[in-house]
Ligand binder design. Structure first.
Ligand SMILES: Cc1cc2nc3c(=O)[nH]c(=O)nc-3n(C[C@H](O)[C@H](O)[C@H](O)COP(=O)(O)OP(=O)(O)OC[C@H]3O[C@@H](n4cnc5c(N)ncnc54)[C@H](O)[C@@H]3O)c2cc1C
Length: 547
C-alpha cells in the first residue's frame, strides 16, 4: 500500500528526541566540579573558569570537536620538490581549540607563581576533557615540561617565559621567534615503553655544545611541538635532552616523522613514529639521570591522567542524564523508571568520587613545593588515582552510552568519541601494572608515605562503620606490600581515598551509597546493581546539570 503521508512531513516531525545538549556552561552547571574545587580550599578566580566553561559547552565547541575527529591530522613528510618538511596538517578547528585552551592559561597558570595554579590548571583541563580530550595531550605535556626543564636553569630561563606567555603559535619556525610554544615528550621505543632502560637512541657529545642524537621513537604525540623532552643513551647512561624542532639557525633539526599512528580514539591528536638523524639535543639534568629527570615531568602528566577520566565520567553522565530526562519510554521519562534511577545514581557517585579525588590530588601539587606531607601524599596518591580512575572510567562511559540506547553507539553522538578515548589514559604515562608497581615503590622509598596516607584517611574515621572497618583492614595490607598484591593494594587505597572524600565533602545520600556499594556488603559487579534503598532522587538531582 502506498502511504499518503508526504515524505517531508515524516522527516520534519521528530518526536521524543531530546533537545541538543549545547550552549550549557559546563563549569557553572556542574555542581560536583564547583564543590570539588571549593572543598579543596582553592581560592581561585572562577571568572576564568566560568568563561572557559561557557566556551567549552557552546554549540561552536561541540561542532569543532566533532569536526576534528572526522578530519584527522595528515602527514606531509615532503614538499612537492621532494624536500623533507615533516609537517602535520590539522583541521583549522584544532588550532582554534588549542588557542583557546592555551590562552585560558591551561599550561601556564602553575608556573606564574599562583598558589593555586595547579588546581586552576586541573579545572581548565577537566573542562576541556569534557568535550575535546584529544587536545589535552599537547596541552598536558606543555604544562608538565617545566618540571623537567628546571634541571637546566639556563634552558628553563629561555623556555619558561614562552610557556607562561599562554599563547598558541602554530607556525613552523624556531621557538625563539614564536609568541608561545608547545612541548612534547619522546621516550617510548619499539623494544620497550615501560622498560625505558632499553632505549637505544644514542646521544654523542660534540665539541661545540649540543649533543647529537640518532635513533627512533615509536610513539611521539603532538609531533608539531616546538621541542621534545627526549630520553637517549649518552656515554654516562640514560639522559634527558631537549630536542628542538628547528635549530637555532632555522634549519630542520633532523627529526623525521615516519608515519602517524592510526589510533582507536584520540584521533584529533597526531601521534607519530619519528627518527632522529643527527638531531641536536641540549642536556637536561645530569648525564645518566635521565629517567629521574623525566619522571618529574611524568608525575605532572599523571595528574592530568587522573583529571581526564574524572572529566569523561562527569561529561558522559551529564549526557546520559540529559538523554534519559528528555526521552520517554513505556509512558514515562527514561530517568523516572526505577531501574534506570539505580543505574544513574550509581554512575553519579562514581563520577563524583573521581572528581573529588582528582581535585584533592591537584591541591597536593599546589602544596608540594613548600610542604613535605603534601609531597608525600602526591607521590603516593598520583599513581593510585591514575590507576584506579582509568580502570573505572571505561565501564562508566560504556554504561552512560547504553543509557542513550542505539543513538549512543552512533558517531554523531559525542558519547561515542568519549568511549573510544576512555581507555587511553590507562595506557600512556605508565600502564596499569607499571603504575601499581610504582605505588609499591613509593611506599618502599619514602618512609613517611604510609603515615601521610593514613593521616589523610583518618580524617574521615568515625562517621561510617563500613568505612572504619575497611580502613582497619588496609592497615594490614599496607604491611605486606608484595608485587603480586600490588593491584589489590592500589584498588583498596583508591576506594578508601574516594570514600573518605565522599564522607567529608559529599551529601550524605551520595557518601552512604558510595560506602555501601564500593566498600560494604552491597557491592554489585555492574552499575545499577545497588540496593533499592538508596536515595537516588537526591543523588540524581545533584548530578543533573544546573541549567
Ligand atoms: C596514543 C598514544 C600516544 C602516546 N604518546 C606517547 C608520547 O608522546 N611519548 C612517549 O614517549 N610515549 C607515548 N606513548 C607510549 C606509551 O607511553 C607506552 O605505550 C606505554 O608506556 C606502554 O609501553 P609499551 O607500549 O612499550 O608496552 P609494554 O612496555 O610492552 O607493556 C605491555 C603491558 O605489559 C605490562 N608490563 C610491562 N612491564 C611489566 C612488569 N614488570 N610487570 C607486569 N606487567 C608489566 C604493562 O603494564 C602493559 O600492560 C603513547 C601511547 C599511545 C597509545
Amino acid at each position: 500500500m502506498v502511504s499518503n503521508v508526504p515524505h517531508t512531513a515524516i522527516s520534519a516531525e521528530v518526536p521524543n528526541q531530546p533537545p541538543r545538549f549545547e550552549n550549557i556552561n559546563l563549569f557553572t552547571s556542574d555542581r560536583v566540579l564547583c564543590d570539588a574545587i571549593a572543598c579543596e580550599g582553592a581560592v581561585i578566580e572562577t571568572a576564568q573558569l566560568q568563561e572557559f566553561g561557557g566556551f567549552i559547552g557552546s554549540a561552536e565547541m561541540w561542532h569543532m570537536a566533532a569536526a576534528i575527529h572526522r578530519h584527522i591530522p595528515e602527514l606531509h613528510a615532503f614538499d612537492r620538490y621532494g624536500r623533507r618538511i615533516d609537517q602535520v596538517e590539522y583541521h583549522p578547528a584544532y588550532h582554534a581549540v588549542m588557542q583557546r585552551a592555551l590562552e585560558a592559561g591551561i599550561a601556564a597558570t602553575p608556573w606564574r607563581g599562583d598558589a593555586r595554579g595547579h588546581t586552576l590548571h586541573a579545572a581548565l583541563e577537566y573542562l576541556l576533557a569534557k568535550v575535546e580530550p584529544s587536545t589535552c595531550c599537547p596541552v598536558t605535556m606543555t604544562y608538565a615540561a617545566p618540571a623537567a626543564l628546571k634541571h637546566a636553569p639556563e634552558i628553563a630561563g629561555e623556555w619558561l617565559p614562552r610557556i607562561v606567555a599562554a599563547k598558541y603559535d602554530s607556525c613552523a619556525r624556531p621557538a625563539a621567534r614564536k609568541a608561545g610554544v608547545t612541548v612534547g615528550m619522546a621516550m617510548t621505543e619499539k623494544q620497550g615503553g615501560s622498560d625505558l632502560r632499553t632505549n637505544m637512541t644514542r646521544a654523542q657529545a660534540t665539541a661545540d655544545g649540543p649533543y647529537t642524537l640518532n635513533g627512533h621513537k615509536w610513539f611521539c604525540s603532538a609531533p608539531m611541538s616546538d621541542a621534545f623532552l627526549t630520553l637517549a643513551q649518552a656515554p654516562g647512561g640514560l639522559t634527558c635532552f631537549l630536542v628542538q624542532r628547528f635549530r637555532r639557525n632555522g634549519e630542520h633539526n633532523g627529526i623525521e616523522v615516519v608515519r602517524l599512528k592510526d589510533k582507536l580514539g584520540d584521533r584529533a591528536n597526531a601521534s607519530a613514529e619519528i627518527e632522529y638523524h643527527d638531531a641536536q639535543g641540549e642536556q637536561i639534568g645530569e648525564e645518566g639521570r635521565g629517567l629521574s629527570t623525566l619522571l618529574e615531568m611524568v608525575h605532572h602528566t599523571r595528574l592530568d591522567c587522573t583529571v581526564a577520566p574524572a572529566a569523561y565520567m562527569q561529561s558522559a553522565l551529564a549526557q546520559a542524564l540529559w538523554h534519559t530526562q528528555h526521552r520517554t519510554a513505556f509512558g514515562k521519562k527514561l530517568a523516572d523508571h526505577a531501574l534506570m534511577r539505580q543505574v544513574l545514581a550509581d554512575l553519579a557517585i562514581e563520577a563524583e568520587a573521581a572528581t573529588l579525588l582528582a581535585f584533592r590530588l591537584a591541591r597536593s601539587f599546589d602544596e608540594m613545593s613548600t610542604n613535605e606531607q603534601a609531597q608525600l601524599f602526591s607521590r603516593v596518591a598520583t599513581p593510585v588515582a591514575k590507576y584506579w580512575l582509568n580502570k573505572r572510567v571505561v565501564g562508566q562511559v560504556a554504561e552512560c552510552m547504553e543509557c542513550h540506547g542505539g543513538a549512543g553507539y552512533v558517531e554523531e553522538w559525542p558519547i561515542a568519541r568519549l568511549y573510544r578515548q576512555a581507555p587511553l589514559n590507562g595506557i600512556w604515562e605508565g600502564s596499569g601494572n607499571i603504575i601499581c608497581l610504582d605505588v609499591l615503590r613509593a611506599f618502599a622509598r619514602h618512609a613517611g608515605a604510609s603515615d601521610v596516607l593514613l593521616a589523610e584517611l583518618n580524617l574521615a574515621r568515625g562517621v561510617h562503620t563500613g568505612f572504619d572497618q575497611a580502613l582497619s583492614e588496609v592497615h594490614e595490607t599496607l604491611r605486606r606490600p608484595d608485587e603480586a598484591n600490588a593491584r589489590r593494594l592500589t584498588e583498596r587505597i583508591a576506594l578508601l581515598l574516594e570514600a573518605s572524600l565522599m564522607l567529608r565533602h559529599a551529601p550524605n545520600a551520595d557518601a552512604d551509597l558510595f560506602c555501601a556499594a564500593r566498600l560494604g556488603d552491597d557491592v554489585g559487579l555492574t552499575y545499577g546493581a545497588i540496593s533499592g534503598s538508596a536515595d537516588t532522587g537526591a543523588i540524581i538531582a545533584r548530578a543533573t546539570p544546573a541549567v
